[in-house]
Write a protein that binds this ligand. Structure first.
Ligand code: NI
Length: 168
């Protein structure tokens, strides 16, 4: 299992680089990310969350065909609407809040072998992809709330994690 970095850890805010080598090390990292995500009962996990400043994330909504690794993803289309959905994050465990995002997207990415693919997604899958994509830009779901909401959610998280936080 990989360590999951938490709110306040710098790596979550650092710029990410494109993946250029589609080798065994990448395949092993992606496998470990899937395992870590499932173990933590999450539906998505991005490189920066495991201390890897690379443009990749994994998603598993537990629905058929929705266990997918996205390498060097690009969201190339978004629908014009903006819909609420309650989000949480393995890097800010225990707190949840509605976030507004487009309901439908088109994403282009590469798989672990470097093959390009294009995917149109809606519902939970579209939501998770957008949330994970934000991680590659150093952005967390709380950053999408207004200042007051964000302060409330962060305070909730800090209260909850006080004393529980492991030291590295
Ligand atoms: Ni997250």
């Amino acid at each position: 299992m990989l360590d999951i970095y938490r709110y306040g850890d710098e790596v979550l805010r650092e710029p990410t680089r494109d993946v250029t080598k589609f080798d065994d090390a990448l395949a092993m990292l992606v496998d470990a990310m899937f395992d870590t995500m499932i173990e933590a009962d999450g539906v998505g996990l991005a490189g920066p969350q495991v201390g890897v400043s690379s443009r990749l994330f994994v998603v598993d909504t537990r629905r058929e065909g929705e266990r997918i690794a996205f390498i060097n993803p690009d969201i190339v289309e978004t629908s014009d609407d903006s819909v609420p959905y309650e989000e949480g994050c393995l890097s800010i465990p225990g707190v949840y809040h509605d976030v507004m995002r487009p309901s439908r997207i088109v994403v282009r990415a590469q798989d672990v072998d470097g093959r390009h693919f294009t995917l149109e997604a809606d519902g939970l899958l579209a939501r998770v992809i957008q949330h994970e994509y934000d991680h590659l830009e150093g952005r967390l779901f709380v950053d999408r709330l207004d200042d007051e909401e964000k302060a409330k959610v962060v305070a909730q998280y800090e209260k909850r994690s006080r004393g529980k936080r492991k030291h590295r």
